[in-house]
Each structure stands twice: as C-alpha cells, then as structure tokens.
Design a protein around this ligand. Structure first.
Ligand SMILES: Cc1cc2nc3c(=O)[nH]c(=O)nc-3n(C[C@H](O)[C@H](O)[C@H](O)COP(=O)(O)OP(=O)(O)OC[C@H]3O[C@@H](n4cnc5c(N)ncnc54)[C@H](O)[C@@H]3O)c2cc1C
Ligand code: FES
Ligand code: FES
Length: 1311
C-alpha cells in the first residue's frame, strides 16, 4: 500500500473508531488497508476477486433522504478505500472478541462445529452478522442466500448452516438441538447424543451491537458534500457530487472509467494489470439513484446496486397487477442467481449494462423486455434502446465514451405478454452463466397467434445476441408444435457456436439454447392454457430443481456409562480454536506482523511449456519503485535441486523450462504491490523446444513416464477371461482437482542475524521437510533452521512438496538480503504453480458371469504427473493397493504408470489416488450392471468381500464392518423403497430424471512406507499445573490439536482446559513426518499418550503420598522434589511395507470403511442436478471426537462431490491453466449441499491398531462423493432409455452439466 500525493481527506469509521486518511491511493482496497495498515487481520484474503467471501465485512451508510441506516455485506478485496467517505465499516473484530464478549453469530458457528481450518470463518460470520442486522429472524432461504458467496473447503457447509439456522424463526419453533432430528436433549434426556446444545447459546441482542457513528450522521446531515480527489502512485480518483460536474469530467476525460461497484474494473486492475491514470467515482451523484414511475414502466437509476434493484422490483411486483410485472419477475429470477450477496450489494445496474459481458444475465432479459437507457453527455440527454445494436462486444456498447448512463426504463408488460429468463452455469449460484437467455412473447388477447416475440442469448458469442431469425420464424404464427419446430431449426442455423474451451463446447451451448426455447415453450403453453386459449393439451410441468434444505441427522454413540465426566475422549468437543477463528483472533502465517525492513517476494514463472531459457532480463523490474533485488538459481548457496523418487527437481529453472508456471526467478520489493508489479516486468526470452506433451494419451504414445511403473496381480487373469460368460472393455477419464485450500501458500522467513540462524513460519504440513530442505539449500546445519507452524488455512496434501520449494526460495532471499522475507501466493499463482490431484485415465477389461459375479479384471491406470515426479510414484503405488476397493475379484491385475508431461507437476491430495482408482473400479461394476441390465447395487453386493478375506496383496482381513456399513446404509437410506420411488418418478417425467446409487469404500490407513509412521511429542507441565503439548502434527482444520488435547486430558486425568497445544515446531519436536495419510491422530496420539503416561508415572509417588491432593498440589510437590515435569513421547508406528517384486506386503495396519447412498434429481435439458439426499455410514472405530470425525466425513464428502461432479481444470492448447481462480474453477458452495445430509458412525466398532480404538478418517470418505456421480449416471441411464439407448455408456469425471446434458442424448443434444 503506497501513500499518494496530498489529496482530500477521507473520513470513515472502522469498528466504531474514526479513521481520517490524508493520503489515499485509489488503488488501495479496503482489505489491504484493514490488514496492513490497521492490523485487523481477522478479515482474510482468499482470492482478491470477489469470488470466495473470505474478506467479507459489513458497510453501513446513513441515508439523509429517508434518515435511515443501511447495512450491507461487501467483499473488502474489491472495495476501493477511496469509495468509503462517510461509511462505517464493521469487521469480525468489531462484533465480538474473546477478551470482551463473543457475538452470538461467532459462538453459534463455532459451537455448531462450523469452523475447521477457520480461514473462511470470519467471512461467514460477517455475512451472517450483516443478515441479522437487517433481519433478526431470517428464513433458511435468507441464510443460504446470504452465505452463497462464502466458500468453505473444509466443513461441507452443513454445520455452518446448522449453526446459523438457530437464528431462524422456524428453527426456534420446530427444530431441534444439534441439527439432528432424533430429539432434543431436553426432550429425551440421555437418548441420543447431540453435536451441540443450542440451549446454551447466547441470545441475539441488538442493543449490544455497535451503533452507527453519530458523527457520520451529523456529517451527512449538515455538511454539503464536496468533490473529493485522491492521488495515488499511478492513479487519481475524482468523486464529484453534481451531475454537471460528472458530465464535465467525463467530457474532458472520456477514457476515464466510472468506478461504481468496481466488480468489473477491480478484477481488470488486479488480474489483467489494467491501469487508468484517472478514474471517476460518481457514487455520490444523486441522479443515479432515482426511481420514477411512468405509464410505460419505471425509470431506475443506474447507480443502484443490484440488490437494491431486486428490492425495488419486488416492491413494484407487490404494487402492480401480475400481468404488468412479467418482466420485473423475470429480472428478479435472474438477480436471484447472479453473483453473491456481497457482489450484488455493490455491483450496479449501470456498471452491469456497460460492462457488456457476453454472458451477462441481465442484458438478455433487459433487451428482450424492450428496455432502454437514458444517457447524458455534454451533447445533452438521449434515450437509447437496449437492443441487438446496443451491445457490440465484450465491454463495448454503441454509447460514446463520454456518455453516462443515468437510468434504465424497465417497461410494464401487457396482458398476453410473457417474459421468462433461463440460465445454466457451472455452479447453481455465484457462477457466470454458460448460456443465459431472456425470452418474451406477446399474444393478442384470447389468441394463439404471436404478435411479437423477442429472444436474446448470452454466452454464445462475444456479445448479448438476438435470435433474429428464430424470432422471425415465430412472429405472426400460431404458437404450436409446427412453429416451434421451425424455430428450433432456425435457432440451430442462426448461431455459429465456436468451440470455446472457456465457455463449454459448441454442442452443449447449442443444446442449451434449444433446451431453453423448449422450456419457454412449456411455460407459454401453461400460460395459454391458463388463459383458456388452448385446451386438451397435456403440458409437462417443469418445476425448478428442489432447493429446500432439510434437517440432517448425525448419529454417533454415547461414551460408555462408566466413563468419568472429566474424560473428554469420545465426546463431541468443539475444535480447540473454533472460537478464536470465529472472532478473527486466530493467527495464520500471513497474519504475523510485519517486521522492520521486511521484504516481499513475488515469483516469476515460465510462460512456455517446453523451452530453453535464452535470457532473463530484469532491467525494467529493477527500475520500478521499491524493488530491492531479483533472486535466481545463482543466488542459492547450497543445493539447487530437491530430489524426489530419484529425480532431481530444480527449485529455480536455470536453462530450460518444462511447464507454464515453473518458477524461474523471484523479485524482492518493499511492498507486495511493488513486488508483484516488478515480477510482471521481468522479461524472459525463450527458444521453444519441440512437441510438449500435455495429455496422458500423448505421454503413452511417446512412452513418457516417470519410472518405476508398478504392477500388482493375483490369480490368473488371462485364464479367467477364457472361462467367463461375458467380457467387457471400458474406459474412464477422471480429471484433476485443485486443492483450493482457502489460505494460499504462505511463508515468512526471519533471519536471526546471528550464526546463520533462520526462523521460518510456513503454511506447511511438514515442518521437518521445510527445515531440512532449507538447511540444505542454504548449506547450513539443520540446527540453525527452525520451522514453525501455528495453523494452516487448509492443506489437503497441497502444502507439502510445493511449500518446501517455496520456503527454500524465500530463505535464499532472506539469506541474501539479511532481511525478513514474506512470500504469499496470489490465488491465481497458487493454482498455476502448485499442481493438484492427478488426472487419471483408467482402462479396464472385465470378465463376468451372467449372474453378475466378476471373475477377472485387468485394469491399467495412467496418471498425469506433470513435469516433475513429486509424489507421483507413491500415488501410483497407492492406486494399485486400492485396486480392489471393496470387491473380491479372484483374478485381478493392475498396472499403474505416472506420465511425464509438460503441465505443472501434480502432488499429494487427500485420498492420494484412491478416489481415482476406486472410481475406475466402480465404473467397471456399473458397466457390468448396465450390460446385464441388473441393478448395480446388486452387482456390487454380490462381488463384495465376505467372511475372512485376503486382499490382492495377500493380507488377511475381516470385511465384517464393511458389510455392516453396507447394510446399515441401505437401511438408513431406505434404499429399496426409494429405488421404487425413483423408478416411478422416472416413468412419470420425461425431462427430469432421478438417480440413486450406493457406493462402498475400503481405505488403508497410514503410510505404506513404515518410516513415515513414526511420531513424537513433547509434554511440559508448568508449576501452576498448566500443561503444554507440542507434537509433530500440523493443525489444518482436521482437529488434530483438539484430539491431542483430549488424549492429554485423559492420560493426565485433568480437564482439557489445563492443556494447551503449542505450535508445531521443529525445535520443540524434531524429525517428524508429514501430517497426512489420515494418520495424524494415530501417530501423534500415541506419542502424546506416551509422554503423558511417563509424566503421570513420575507423579505417582507424589499422588500416593497425598491421594486427596489436587493436580496443582501434586505438580508443586513434584517441583519441590526435583522431579522432571517435561517428557518426550515417541511412537514407532506400524512397520508397514510392500514388496513390489513379490507383490505382497503389509502396507496398512487397518482399513477404514464407509458406505454412502445418494439420490439426485436431474434436469435433462440443461444437465443441472441437485443432490436430494445423502446417507453416509462410516466406520471410524471408537470415535475419539464425533464432531471432529463427522466434520471430516462431511467435508471430505463435499470435496469428493466437487471432484466428481463440478471441479474442472481447463488448459489452453499450449498448456496454460485457464482455471486460476474461483470465477473459473468452481468448488462446491452452499448451493451444492445435499438437501438432506445424514451421517451415521458405525456403532460398536473396535480397532486394536490405533489410539483408543479409533480410526483415521481424514481421507476415506472423499471417495464417497462419487455416490453423487454414480447417482447422476443412474439418472442419465434413465434419460437415455427414453431415446431407446441402453447398456454401458461413457460419462467422464467430473460429471459437469455439459457432460451430463450430452450423455442424456436428448433430441436437443443430438442436433
Ligand atoms: C465474483 C463475481 C461474480 C459475478 N457473477 C455474475 C453473474 O453470475 N452474472 C452476471 O451477469 N454478472 C456477474 N458478475 C458481473 C457483475 O454483475 C458486474 O461486474 C457488475 O454488475 C458491474 O457493475 P459495477 O458497478 O461493479 O461496475 P464497475 O466495475 O464499477 O464498472 C464497470 C464499467 O461500467 C462503466 N460504468 C459504470 N457505471 C456507468 C454509468 N452509469 N454510465 C456509463 N458507464 C458506466 C465503467 O466505466 C466501467 O467501464 C459477477 C462479478 C463478480 C466480480
Ligand atoms: S478475498 Fe475477497 S472474495 Fe475472495
Ligand atoms: S473451515 Fe471453511 S475453509 Fe476451512
């Protein structure tokens, strides 16, 4: 954040405190001001583009016109600071704190277990808080709408919704505590344990809220507003008050943009590097905020944000008869799905129209509805129709640059006029549409003949476009099947659908346009029927997909009757830092205060996929303000490479690059803005090398692999194929997945400046790996480097290998400059550089009997490893070890290869290849079911392991709990009854289908390399009796610290409140291994237990002397008697191994099992679907903490749902990742939560291999998200039946709307 030249003083309030800023740089956002200047780090930076909600704060303004105060949520990352004159900002710190009083919203989200890593929590809290300020008793619909733009990668949203719904009126009258419908604590004491008890919650009391600053009211009432001018380093912003002044400014500076909501301009500034020396902010010009009713319609000021437009239209709908408000209602429907609440609270109507997005949701409907705009310029006023001539291309309209759009006429409709809007987007909410449309038709009263028709589309070309020929085909003709069939033909002909990688394929877009016209037809027919114009026609009623969230159930076992009340093991204890996360007090790496002289490091990455580096020219970069140095490989004093699986990987490329996004050098500057600008000024020249490889298929063709390739086999596959009844071959492609941890990779390296000592603060899952790598890179002993990890804002496997490399580069910079250096990746950089889950190509041949028994399978898996080996060999191995999933296939062969390509290297990701391979095997089984026309669940059941069994790598195990999960899941989900109901629904509906699936998982826990299973802990008891535990696990939301607190509490027989878990650091606990493989609790729990037991035994003599003493008295006595109260604990962990030559071993000490049933409803015309219900039964042994375990199960399931149904990585033909932020890459949001989401922990399950008989659960249920994929497949099969198709068909993962729609093979998709 840089100070500008003297300008006007900006005055606003933050959390009740007055802020006056004399030097406001127009490029400074509210978020950077809060975080960097005010040190209010509760508000988080997740994406910088309005797409994740982590930066949500509340803005309040006083409106002198009606003497009211309005509160609205905003994305602080997009809000320019200079727009805030006279506003009051409330951040998460302003509503409550652990030092004073926490706010009920903070309390309820935390205590309902809605905070895991906590990075999204302040944003969630502020969205909910703002809703409650405006509406103290919201409906569930209000809540889901308010939270629609807040992403959470950990929880799966259910607990957040359950916490928030306790504010609902309906929740208070009929809903129950703890989000379960099995009875409240008060009603059925002792019956069903609950996840939380809402009777303990603080009441919502608005008298406790911060009041709007009276000084701002006075300021608004008394002072006459003046033009404000703010100068920054590169940009000046002028904010006029009068329309004439605005016109003058725009006339003299026609190229200067009008900055309103900044939701179009802001991302352009940030992501495209656009700079305007002058910007004009007309947000105080009153004429832009007027509403005028006329006989034709309503003129609405273009300065209104979209949320107010929505409210204005709603009011008008109540005011006028239905027939006059058709257009208003269609607009309301589009607004309901456009952007998030935060975006709609600032994005203006004028900004929207003038942004002229090709896939704008409003412009097609405004155009179809005959709207027009009123503009002003030095030449005067004019009215311009919003029609096909108005929109020229993206960002361009026919208006002259100096014209200002003041208002929009939204006409009333007439009797006989119908207006509808439809859209299809990669996610139901908060996603730009793939195709969007506005359609209007006018009939003369009592007639079927079309008097006028207007159809506009967005998303099918460079601009909002009218279907001119289609309209010409319909007009003056009766609305009937014949006209419509001509219209479909015309529609196909008139638009040329260019295949665009970003906006979906031509077939899909075409199918959507036709599908929308068909839907419009259904609605028109319904209306004509209502108007008695047509009779005797049966019209399918295509209701929108269901969206009402039901109560969900979470079932788990009570602790045993004999367990002491103080013993927390087995109880639903909240995440130990949930409250600090909800108050914004929890510290993440980038929240650490800036030290004196600290520098920021920004990376320069390759723009070529396969090329020689000819020259790296840093001249321009070094000339820019604030730039200190550029770090290249030559600066590395020690090892310049990291070795994985025998392959060396350069940390900074020297002579050659092998993917776009490979790190070449890094720029150091005084601020992050300066470092980023300078990084983009580094010029690298390349000489392209031939034929980069991007796809698995190309890699196979060119034998491009990382060795070794692995094989695992049992039985005699070849022989078995000869004897089976049927043989089938199939293939499935499974795309990759971005981790999308909410906190991007962050590192701070602080040189101690003595004896080459360095302290590293990193968002790393493996502090020891960072420590060792940095010491090798800097050529110093490991004892000079300590790595500290307080918490991670999500990891999911992505903060291991790549974090190590980033930490090494940052350390080189700190070593070279002797200054503290911070490196925090932008979301786009993070997605570009760090890789993700391995995409997979799975080919299989399966041999089976007519009764469904599978006797042989030969499966080949190829992964796209990218340009470096990373952990790809281990992923391939784990893939083979889970080749059987839950099935006993007597003759089974698997081969796995990691393909070397020129994409950024993929890395570890929750599940480590298992979700991919399990999906391949489930697809194989689904094919068998479809071949035999037998219900797939029966084929699954028939082939499952039963009785004492042997895995394909010759390990004995009992599948009893797997089968129990299966049976219980079938029972809890009412599988059989619902199967019949689904089939009946499908018979009765042509264009909507339902699908049902039930999927098992058998997941091996721990590392198959025994050495990685060891762990250690350090437990200190202090003189006051408080206990500090350090262990090797890193807290990334999975609750390992909470569980360790429970372990220490049990072992030391003290309340949890006396136990504090310190940061994970290599100087407290050395030589640890990565927190991963669902093994964190197993490993560290044993080590903590070991240390605590040692201490407890040391205290035994003291206790014996004074059995009635208190814990504190024993501790004091121990100190007096010179007994050490510090102990280390150690656990060797299982000595797992696998011998790949013999194809046998003992890779996992035990399995975690789970079974999931999901049901979906599908719109066959658009490919859109909704998960209606999900039931999971999971075997977690004796759960150590049911709330944490259920949180892991739900969060993993939702991550899996995203992986298998919506998260799609797209690359350009030259290997550039397109999907580099939440606007292009869609992870599940609140709108994707199954409407009924039920989790049941298998009771009476024991596990002798892990602490207190628990089981690891972090990863296994991710695969269960595929139950939604297979339910979709089931529904698609029903749709295909309608057009006479049966048998296996191809549906790759993720099952996006596009793939689903095309697989349904409707007549519209066949054109
Ligand atoms: C995360 C996110 C999600 C979104 N989702 C959707 C979606 O689902 N569907 C959809 O359709 N859109 C979506 N949008 C786009 C959004 O609707 C537009 O960005 C927004 O309406 C632009 O309004 P603004 O006030 O922020 O414009 P600004 O960014 O302030 O300005 C945009 C342009 O309009 C010009 N301008 C503004 N007002 C006037 C005026 N009165 N006269 C002349 N020129 C003017 C400016 O000069 C500038 O060039 C999304 C945007 C974001 C960031
Ligand atoms: S950081 Fe602002 S929305 Fe993501
Ligand atoms: S708790 Fe929501 S992102 Fe981690």
């Amino acid at each position: 954040m840089s100070a500008g030249a003297a300008g006007d003083t900006l005055c606003f309030f933050v959390n009740g405190k007055k802020v006056t800023e004399k030097h406001v740089d127009p490029e400074t956002t509210l978020l950077s001001f809060l975080r960097e200047k005010m040190r209010l780090t509760g508000t988080k930076y997740g994406c910088g583009g309005g797409g994740c909600g982590a930066c949500t704060v509340m803005v309040s303004r006083y409106r002198p016109a009606n003497k009211s105060i309005c509160h609205y949520s905003v994305n602080a990352c997009l809000l320019p600071l200079c727009q805030l004159h006279g506003a009051a900002i409330t951040t998460v710190e302003g509503i409550g704190s652990t030092k004073t009083r926490i706010h009920p919203v903070q309390e309820r989200i935390a205590k309902a277990h809605g905070s895991q890593c906590g990075f999204c929590t302040p944003g969630m809290v502020m969205s909910m808080y703002t809703l409650l300020r405006n509406n103290p008793q919201p409906s569930l619909e209000d809540i889901t709408q308010a939270l629609a733009g807040n992403l959470c990668r950990c929880t799966g949203y259910r607990p957040i919704i359950d916490g928030c719904r306790t504010f609902c009126q309906e929740a208070n009258c009929c809903q129950l505590n703890g989000g379960t419908n099995s009875g409240s604590k008060e009603e059925h004491p002792g019956e069903t344990p609950l996840l939380f008890d809402k009777s303990q919650f603080l009441p919502l009391d608005h008298t406790q809220e911060l009041i709007f600053p009276p000084e701002l009211i006075l300021m608004a009432e008394t002072s006459s507003p003046q033009t404000l001018t703010f100068h920054g380093e590169r940009v000046t912003c002028v904010s006029p008050v009068l329309l004439e002044e605005l016109v003058q400014l725009k006339t003299s500076n026609p190229e200067a943009p009008l900055i309103m909501g900044n939701t179009k301009l802001g991302p352009d500034f940030k992501f495209k590097g656009v700079v305007h020396p002058l910007i004009i902010s007309p947000i105080r010009v009153l004429e832009l905020f007027e509403v005028t009713e006329t006989t034709h319609g309503v003129w609405v000021g273009t300065g209104f944000p979209l949320s107010e437009i929505w409210a204005i239209l709603k009011k008008l709908c109540r005011q006028f008869p239905e027939e006059k408000t058709e257009l208003f209602r269609a607009l309301i429907q589009q607004l309901r799905n456009l952007g998030s609440q935060q975006i709609c609270n600032v994005a203006t109507l004028g900004g929207h129209i003038m942004s002229a997005y090709p896939n704008s949701d409003l412009n097609p409907i405004l155009a179809a509805g005959n709207c027009s705009v009123s503009t002003i310029s030095s030449g005067g006023w004019r009215e311009v129709p919003l029609n096909q001539e108005f929109f020229l291309s993206f960002g361009k309209t026919i208006l002259r640059p100096e014209e200002i759009v003041v208002s929009v006429l939204i006409p009333f409709t007439r009797k006989g006029e119908l207006v509808r809007a439809f859209r299809q987007a990669p996610r139901k909410e908060c996603a730009f549409a793939t195709v969007t449309t506005g359609m209007r038709v006018l009939f003369s009263e009592g007639f079927r003949v079309v008097e006028d028709v207007s159809i506009y589309f967005g998303g099918i070309g460079p601009k909002t476009a009218k279907a001119v020929q289609t309209c010409a085909t319909i007009v003056a003709r009766p609305w009937n099947a014949e006209t419509l069939s001509w219209a479909y033909e015309a529609l196909v002909k008139e638009f040329d659908f260019p295949p665009s990688i970003l906006r979906g394929k031509a077939e899909f877009c075409r199918s959507l346009t036709l599908g929308f016209l068909f839907k419009f037809n259904l609605e028109v027919l319904q209306s004509l029927k209502k108007m008695n114009v047509i009779e005797n026609i049966v019209v399918e009623n295509m209701e929108p997909l269901p969206r009402e969230i039901q109560l969900s159930q979470q079932h788990f076992q009570h602790v045993s009757k004999g367990q002491s009340d103080q013993d927390p093991v087995g109880r639903a204890i909240i995440h130990s830092s949930a409250i600090s996360q909800a108050t914004g007090e929890a510290i993440y790496c980038d929240d650490l205060p800036k030290t004196d002289g600290e520098l920021f490091l920004s990376l320069v990455t390759s723009s070529r996929a396969h090329a020689k580096i000819i020259n790296v020219d840093v001249t321009d970069a070094l000339l820019l303000p604030g730039v200190v140095d550029v770090i290249t490989a030559n600066d590395i004093p020690g090892k310049k490479t990291r070795m994985f699986s025998g392959y060396d990987e350069e940390m900074l490329a020297q002579t050659q690059v092998s993917c776009i996004g490979q790190i070449v050098c890094a720029v150091l500057a005084d601020t992050r803005a300066h470092a980023r600008r300078a990084a983009s000024a580094v010029n690298i020249s390349y000489q392209d090398l031939p034929e980069p490889i991007f796809t698995i298929e190309d890699a196979i063709k060119r034998s491009s692999y990382f060795e070794p390739r692995r094989k695992l086999e049992r039985g005699n596959v070849e022989e078995a194929f000869k004897s089976v009844d049927l043989v089938h071959e199939g293939v499935i492609r499974i795309g990759g997945q971005e981790h999308f941890y909410m906190e991007t990779q962050s590192i701070l390296v602080v040189p101690v400046r003595e004896q080459a000592e360095f302290k590293i603060y990193a968002s790393s899952q493996s502090p020891t790996s960072v420590q060792i790598a940095v010491s090798e890179t800097l050529a110093i002993p490991a004892n000079r480097v300590s790595c500290h990890v307080k918490r991670l804002g999500g990891g999911f496997g992505g903060k291991f290998v790549k974090t190590v490399i980033l930490a090494c580069i940052t350390s080189v910079a700190a070593w070279k400059t002797n200054c503290a250096v911070r490196c925090v990746l932008e979301r786009g950089e993070d997605m570009l550089i760090t890789g993700g889950r391995h995409p997979v190509l799975g080919k299989y041949k399966v041999g089976f009997q007519k009764d469904g028994r599978i006797l042989a399978a030969d499966i080949q898996i190829w992964t796209n490893a990218g340009n470096a080996v990373d952990v790809s060999i281990f992923v391939a191995e784990k893939i083979l070890l889970h080749l059987d999933n839950a099935y006993n296939i007597p003759n089974l062969r698997g081969r796995a290869a990691a393909c070397r390509t020129n994409l950024p290297s993929n890395t570890s990701f929750r599940g480590f290849g298992v979700p991919q391979v399990a999906c391949v095997i489930e697809n194989l089984i689904s094919d068998v079911g479809l071949m035999l026309q037998r219900p797939v669940d029966q084929v699954r059941e028939l082939n499952m392991y039963k009785g004492p069994s042997l895995t394909h790598y010759k390990v004995e195990f009992s599948p009893e709990n797997l089968l129990r999960c299966w049976d219980e899941c079938k029972a809890k989900s009412d599988f059989c009854t619902r199967r019949i109901a689904v089939d009946t629904f499908n018979e009765q509906n042509r264009w909507k289908k339902r699908g049902l699936s039930i999927i098992p998982i058998k997941y091996g826990i721990a590392f198959s390399e025994g050495v990685m299973n060891q762990s250690a802990a350090l437990v200190n008891i202090y003189q006051d009796g408080s206990v500090l535990v350090n262990h090797g696990g890193t807290e990334m939301g999975q609750g390992v610290h909470t569980k360790m607190q429970q372990v220490a509490s049990r072992e030391l027989h003290i309340p949890m409140s006396k136990v504090y878990i310190g940061e994970t650091s290599t100087n407290a606990v050395p030589n640890t291994f990565i927190s991963a493989a669902s093994f964190g609790t197993d490993a560290n729990g044993m080590a903590v237990k070991n240390a605590c037991q040692t201490l407890y035994q040391r205290l035994e003599p003291i206790r014996q002397k004074n059995p009635k003493g208190t814990w504190e008295s024993w501790v004091s006595a121990a100190v007096m008697e010179k007994i050490s109260l510090s102990a280390t604990g150690f656990s060797r962990g299982p000595d797992s191994y696998i011998d790949w030559d013999k194809m046998e071993g003992q890779p996992f000490p035990y399995f975690t099992y789970g079974v999931c049933c999901s049901e979906v409803e599908l719109d066959c015309l658009t490919g859109d679907y909704r998960t209606m219900r999900t039931n999971i039964v999971a075997d977690v042994g004796q759960s150590l903490n049911p709330s944490v375990d259920i949180g892991q199960i739900e969060g993993a399931f939702m991550q899996g749902l995203g992986f298998f149904t919506m998260e799609e990585l797209r690359f350009s033909p030259c290997g550039l990742l397109y999907t580099r932020g939440p606007s292009q890459y869609k992870i599940p949001a609140v709108c994707d939560l199954p409407l009924s989401f039920n989790v049941h922990l298998l009771s009476d399950s024991n596990n002798p291999h892990a602490i207190y008989s628990s089981k690891g659960i972090g990863e296994p249920t991710l695969f269960l998200g595929s139950s939604v994929f297979f339910a979709i497949k089931d529904a698609v099969a029903a749709a295909r039946k309608e057009v006479g198709l049966s048998g296996p068909f191809s549906l790759d993962s993720p099952a996006t709307a596009e793939r689903i729609c095309l697989a349904c093979a409707s007549p519209f998709a066949q054109v």
